[in-house]
Ligand binder design. Structure first.
Ligand code: TMP
Ligand code: ASP
Length: 236
């Protein structure tokens, strides 16, 4: 498999071509980055936990009717996925104020939002993934209106489903980021769902079990990822 063409290398994953033009292999690296790559480290096991967690959550969403790119796990750190034409937007869903929302609006971290908030960010590392709205998307032609509608509808469904799934594992889903792609006209959930891309708090202690442990130098980063994986497994 190492002879396959590398199509894309990001901060946390590498995407390879496969013998089937409609399918890709997504490899999860042990690298951790934050603040648009300014902070960087490697942690043994991170690729394993993130691949396994993504597989569990994507299978779960698929079984509840959400179209995802996930096909199957390939060993410990790789996923076989459908090839999509990625939309250059990130959708962030938030249930509790934290991170950039808390900072931007001066909210106390932990404030429960009266309804979920959905945001769009333009995927561009050089610009630091700026927050945008639908008129920006229209004016720049990043995606058709109907595609953005569908992305937001799916993000809302995914939020409800993931909140339920994490709650069953004693975890609160504070916020998370999704990426979508197109296969023909169909909008499909792509990328990953991991403690890199979600904020997850222990339901009883509020302890952070996600990448904020790395961003904020709280220690116990891999222990937290392992704990999320272990809790999800116990509920499968
Ligand atoms: P934020 O509070 O920094 O905007 O992040 C909101 C959520 O989105 C958080 O769960 C982390 C996730 N996220 C990513 O996965 N990738 C990113 O590049 C950013 C900025 C956030
Ligand atoms: N994902 C971004 C990075 O790796 C930002 C973050 O998660 O803090 O730099």
């Amino acid at each position: 498999m190492s002879t396959e063409e590398k199509l894309y290398e990001g901060k946390a994953k590498i995407v390879y071509a496969t013998a089937n033009p409609g399918e890709l292999r997504m490899h999860f690296k042990d690298d951790l980055t934050a603040f648009n790559g300014q902070k960087h480290d490697q942690m043994a096991g991170k690729g394993y936990y993130n691949a396994q967690i993504t597989a569990i959550l994507m299978s779960y969403l698929q079984s509840r009717g959400v179209p995802t790119h996930f096909i199957r796990l390939l060993g410990d750190t790789d996923l076989l996925v459908r090839r999509l034409e990625m939309v250059p937007l990130e959708v962030v869903a938030r249930n509790i104020a934290a991170g950039s929302l808390a900072k931007r609006l001066g909210l106390e971290e932990g404030k429960v939002l009266t309804q979920p908030v959905f945001e769009l960010y333009y995927k561009n590392d050089a610009l630091g993934d700026p927050l945008v709205n639908r008129s920006h998307v229209r004016a720049m032609g990043w995606a058709k209106d109907a595609v953005v509608d569908e992305m937001l509808t799916l993000a809302r469904q995914v939020n409800t489903l993931l909140q339920e799934r994490f709650a069953a594992s004693g975890l609160v889903l504070v916020d998370f980021k999704l990426e979508f792609g197109l296969s023909g006209d169909q909008v499909i959930l792509g990328d990953e769902i991991t403690p890199d891309t979600c904020r997850l708090w222990d339901a009883s202690t509020q302890e952070k079990l996600d990448k904020d442990r790395f961003r904020r130098d709280l220690g116990g980063v891999m222990e937290a990822y392992e704990e999320v994986y272990r809790r999800l497994l116990n509920r499968d």
